[in-house]
Design a protein around this ligand. Structure first.
Ligand SMILES: *Cc1c(COP(=O)(O)O)cnc(C)c1O
Length: 483
């Protein structure tokens, strides 16, 4: 991953004045070729019966269309090998790209990615095509794999979530989404006629799973801070008592960082008579690895009647490539897998070929940091998140922070250029910053300064007043004119 690009930087990148050029500048950073109808982007949704329905009339600002500034692949000239022109050109593109990455990394705040890591020691492995296709526990005939690392990592997570070595099954996925797709599939295989329940603040991958598997899906309301409303859950369960329940429980929602009350979900299921007719998948993509280290946080553990837990590896853990971990009960997986002669392994994963580098990156970080290291980082994130929330409120900006979370929610900046610069994730009237270990106080101070400055220009430009976001973050956190 690392290493070779750096050498090239020295050779071809720096121009005559010793300056490194930047990659082609974006034209209109929001809408370079006028694709977006800014007034109202509505989605036409084709329903199963062929009827088209307008789903939403809220404006959704899409990212810029990359097609106008992509790096074309061009045919090598016949003499390129002799002159070395092509090598020099490619080296310069990579060097400029690296500069862009450095700058973009510096201004990243909105997504829950820990960008603070050093995997230099693993650079030597990029020469190998490491692929763990098939089941992590059953070697396939392809010998260039990293199962020894993968299973070591899985053991670590099984221990964290309290499932015995001989009772769990799991694998390293391509991302948190794949973990959700797998967890919900396991649930569906255990209860083929089960109904999927998920709070409306669940990640979109959960609803994607319902569509892919053609499952009946019931959306459950949430409280104002984003956690599942178990009264609504109870009412909806009672309407479908005849079918088993498959539930997605959020260990940290994407937008507000809300943690669903697992114990209350289980209690609700039992009180409504679902005793052994339910399967719980815990979506811990963001917070699944942080919560175990928060004092007094409710516990995610297989000692409770849950079926699976998944987490993203590139979020809090900080892997340079998307990956994730999915852990479930061994007995469930036997129901869903089949042996494949071509692999000499078992097919129980969503994907076929699987990234064999990712387990080594995870193994490397878990070994370096250990439980103690993670605990320290979680504490730092929570402290810094409180700092940010307090400073926002001091500046008169409505902000909210869930108790167990490092996701700070606040009013959406009205300048899309600013949003893009800081890579803030937005939904409706709110934006958020997810405080990861790479988000330092210095970075937050720079951001706060820039936000306060930028905010002054909104009213000058005749843009609206501070919007009321009480519906999104609660009356007590909203600092608009009325609250
Ligand atoms: C990020 C996230 C996901 C999806 O994870 P990816 O690794 O991006 O696929 C799922 N659920 C929640 C709650 C998330 O925050």
């Amino acid at each position: 991953m690392v290493g070779s690009a750096e050498v090239e930087v020295e050779n071809g990148v720096v121009d005559a004045k010793g300056k490194v050029e930047e990659l082609p500048q974006e034209i209109d950073p929001i809408d370079p070729i006028g694709l977006i109808d800014q007034a109202a982007v509505t989605e036409d949704v084709e329903r199963g019966n062929g009827e088209k329905k307008r789903r939403s009339s809220r404006k959704i600002v899409l990212g810029k269309n990359v097609h106008t500034s992509c790096l074309a692949v061009t045919e090598p000239e016949t003499d390129d090998e002799v002159t070395g022109d092509r090598d020099a050109y490619m080296a310069s593109v990579l060097a400029r790209y690296k500069k862009t990455l450095t700058e973009r990394t510096k201004h990243h705040l909105g997504y829950p990615y820990n960008l603070d890591f050093d995997y230099g020691a693993l650079g030597q492995l990029q020469h190998f095509s490491i692929n763990n296709l098939g089941d992590p526990f059953i070697e396939s005939n392809y010998g260039v794999h990293s199962r020894q690392f993968e299973v070591g990592v899985l053991d670590w997570f099984a221990r964290l979530w309290e499932l015995e070595k001989d009772e769990y099954w799991g694998y390293i996925t391509n991302c948190g989404t794949e973990g959700n797709l797998h967890g919900i599939l396991v649930g569906r295989e255990v209860f083929p006629d089960g109904i999927l329940y998920a709070s409306q603040e669940s990640h979109y991958s959960v609803f994607k799973a319902a569509r892919m598997y053609r499952m009946e899906c019931v959306k459950v309301n949430t409280h104002v801070y984003g956690e599942i409303d178990c009264e609504d859950f109870r009412a909806k369960l009672l309407q479908h008592k005849d079918k088993p329940a498959i539930i997605n429980v959020n260990i940290g929602t994407t937008v507000k960082g809300a943690v669903d009350d697992l114990d209350l979900v289980i209690k609700t299921l039992e009180e409504t008579g679902f005793h052994d007719r339910f399967y719980i998948h815990c979506d811990g993509a963001l917070f699944g690895l942080m919560m175990p280290f928060v004092k007094q946080a409710p516990k995610v553990t297989f000692k409770k009647p849950i079926g699976s837990v998944s987490v993203s590896g590139h979020k809090f853990v900080g892997c340079p490539m998307p990956c994730g971990v999915q852990i479930t009960r061994l007995k469930h997986v036997n129901a869903l897998s089949s042996n494949v002669e071509y692999l000499a392994s078992r097919d129980a994963t969503i994907m076929g070929s699987r990234n064999g580098h990712a387990p080594i990156f995870l193994w490397y970080t878990l070994n370096r940091k250990g439980y103690r290291g993670f605990r320290k980082e979680v504490q730092k994130c929570l402290r810094n998140a409180h700092y940010l929330k307090d400073k926002l409120q001091d500046a008169g900006i409505g902000a909210m922070l869930n108790e167990l979370s490092s996701t700070v929610v606040f009013e959406r900046p009205q300048d899309e250029e600013f949003v893009r610069r800081w890579q803030l994730a937005c939904q409706g009237n709110i934006a958020h910053v997810v405080v990861m270990p790479s988000v330092t106080i210095e970075k937050l101070d720079t951001f706060l300064g820039a936000l306060v400055q930028n905010r002054l220009t909104w009213s000058e430009n005749g843009k609206g007043q501070t919007p009321c976001i009480a519906a999104e973050i609660g009356t007590k956190n909203c600092l608009c004119g009325q609250h």
